[in-house]
Write a protein that binds this ligand. Structure first.
Ligand code: AVJ
Length: 324
């Protein structure tokens, strides 16, 4: 078999449509609420993905670098703790950069990568399939918050591990996190595991700086959401009349990111008009920080039992298995 044909046998991409419809419905719903909000998953259009990469290169934002260092340092121990894994599932796989390290260590037969940015995932997962002979790669272009259960028919049987790195879980309230982790539990099935990375609670000043970098990249990332809505939902946000505002809220244990209206103004989005009072905020993201024990209590409510924990410089990776 030729190299291309051989890769074609091991790689498939399946697109779950209606992502643009979801954007419209979710944004219109969020703008009609008081306070106004938009789900953070919509940050990641092509420009948003590039800006997030740029955030990860800022000196104030150590999260991505620290997780990479942690994985490099502890991967042998992590692999020893997981034991053999047949199928790795990564919700929100993006450019598939992080999962490579894991594949190198675990040698699963199948990778199932899920991401809302279907085209980018298709390209990244296709490249990966070309580089790992013997690995079957299934890329599902979906919003896993809506369609996760639709991934089940694509999973190889055997021992599955859900990989959810990058403190993405921090975007959800503790209650929402329990629900999502319980759905991961269902997907992982019998003898399933969860390997998850999250940002630890730390000095609020340090957290504040991470979301208010001096170069203004986080501000550009936040404002890019409005540029995206202007383009994709025929909105008319004036980016000069909204201010990036991010702060750590200690009682809630989370960074809150907002876009604050600098004027009284009316914005139209997909044919509907939304008034903003001066100082009114559009809440764009929560980024929860946890202690290790706090997180294992959340995962415990979702039916996961802690089997391993590794921490480095304010970041934590935990491994879970079935309870009971
Ligand atoms: C990708 C959700 C982990 O919450 O730190 C970075 C996104 N937002 N700077 C985070 C983000 C602002 C990031 N996560």
């Amino acid at each position: 078999m030729g190299e291309m044909a051989e890769r074609a046998e091991r790689f498939r991409f399946v697109d779950f449509p209606a992502v643009l419809d979801d954007l419209r419905a979710d944004v219109l719903e969020g703008l009609a609420c008081q306070p106004k909000s938009i789900p953070p998953k919509y940050f990641y259009d092509a420009a948003g993905c590039r800006l997030f990469e740029a955030i990860c290169a800022q000196p104030e934002y150590a999260l991505c670098r620290t997780e990479r260092a942690l994985m490099d340092k502890h991967l042998p121990a992590i692999a020893a703790a997981t034991g053999p894994v047949d199928c790795v599932i990564e919700p929100g796989a993006g450019d598939c950069a992080k999962v490579r390290t894991l594949i190198d260590a675990l040698h699963p037969g199948q990778l199932v990568a899920l991401d809302i940015a279907g085209a980018a995932l298709d390209a990244a997962a296709g490249t990966l399939a070309g580089e790992y002979s013997g690995l079957s790669v299934t890329a599902l272009g979906m919003d896993f918050l809506h369609h996760l259960e639709a991934a089940a028919p694509y999973l190889a049987s055997g021992r599955r591990l859900v990989y959810y790195p990058g403190s993405s879980i921090g975007n959800f309230s503790p209650g929402q996190a329990v629900d999502l982790l319980a759905r991961f539990r269902q997907l992982a099935g019998a003898d399933g595991q969860l390997l998850i990375g999250f940002d630890l609670k730390k000095d609020p000043e340090q957290l504040h700086r991470a979301y208010n970098d001096a170069a203004g990249v986080t501000a550009a990332f936040n404002l890019n959401l409005l540029a995206r809505l202007n383009r994709e939902l025929e909105a008319d946000f004036d980016l000069d009349r909204f201010r990036h505002y991010a702060f750590y809220n200690p009682p809630a244990g989370r960074i809150e990111m907002h876009l604050v209206s600098l004027a009284e103004q009316t914005v139209s989005v997909a044919g509907q008009r939304f008034p903003f009072a001066i100082g009114e905020t559009l809440h764009t993201e929560n980024s929860y920080k946890f202690r290790g024990d706090e997180f294992s209590a959340i995962a415990g409510r979702a039916g996961w039992a802690l089997t391993g924990e590794w921490a480095l410089d304010g970041f934590c990776v935990q491994l879970y298995g079935e309870t009971g």
